[in-house]
Design a protein around this ligand. Structure first.
Ligand SMILES: [Cu+2]
Length: 214
């Protein structure tokens, strides 16, 4: 997600990210992935920082800004960063670390607006995995009969600079390789598992089910 681009210095940019994130979080929609940091709301700032930054490799996490939720429910910066990355917990308490392109994407997603076209390929880390998301509905908060709920293990997420770049990948997450989540929506992105999906994936996509049945 979980967000905003600028050509300023990293520090100024992060300040802007924080300001925009705070502005945008005043009226967050009621959905799972984007409701930042509620899952960490009961924790101390230090605990949230430790958990959120664990989503990325240590060299990135240690210098990343960390966003959390203040007592008033609004987003606030728990720790300033120096490397352009921002880490946070989503509503489910899952950890993620986002580059600038993903920060912009997340701001749009939270507000159900079209994200800006990425200037470079966006990279986000979720090396602790997640508690699950629909592969088709960006705003689903729980499994339904047909929303292709998938629980992912550790993964990296990529934002293409052009949607046509998604065409090289399947939407089927059960094969163990990269796949496209939320294809056909403005929030489509590439999920890249970094460990086996065998145990973490739920049912195969509906169109695959009949063929795979044995
Ligand atoms: Cu993810």
């Amino acid at each position: 997600m979980r967000r905003i681009v600028a050509s300023l210095s990293a520090v100024l940019m992060l300040a802007a990210v924080t300001a925009v994130a705070q502005e945008k979080m005043k009226d967050p929609p009621k959905s799972g992935h984007e409701g930042m940091a509620k899952g960490g709301g009961a924790k101390s700032d230090a605990a949230v920082i430790a958990k959120a930054t664990s989503a990325a490799p240590p060299d990135i996490g240690r210098n990343a800004a960390v966003m959390g939720t203040g007592a008033d429910g609004k987003m606030k910066e728990l720790r300033a960063g120096t490397n352009g990355w921002m880490c946070m917990l989503d509503l489910a308490g899952d950890s993620m670390c986002l580059d600038k392109e993903w920060q912009a994407w997340g701001g749009a997603w939270m507000n159900k607006k079209d994200p800006p076209k990425p200037q470079t390929v966006g990279v986000a880390y979720m090396l602790k995995g997640d508690k699950g998301a629909s592969n088709t509905d960006p705003y689903a908060t729980k499994p339904t009969a047909d929303n292709q709920w998938v629980v992912s293990g550790p993964h990296i997420m990529l934002l293409p600079t052009d949607v046509s770049q998604l065409d090289a990948y399947p939407t089927d997450w059960t094969k163990g390789g990269p796949w496209v989540m939320w294809k056909g929506t403005p929030y489509a992105h590439i999920m890249v598992p970094t460990t086996s999906m065998a145990k973490s994936a739920s049912k195969a996509p509906a169109e695959k089910k009949a063929a795979d049945k044995k």
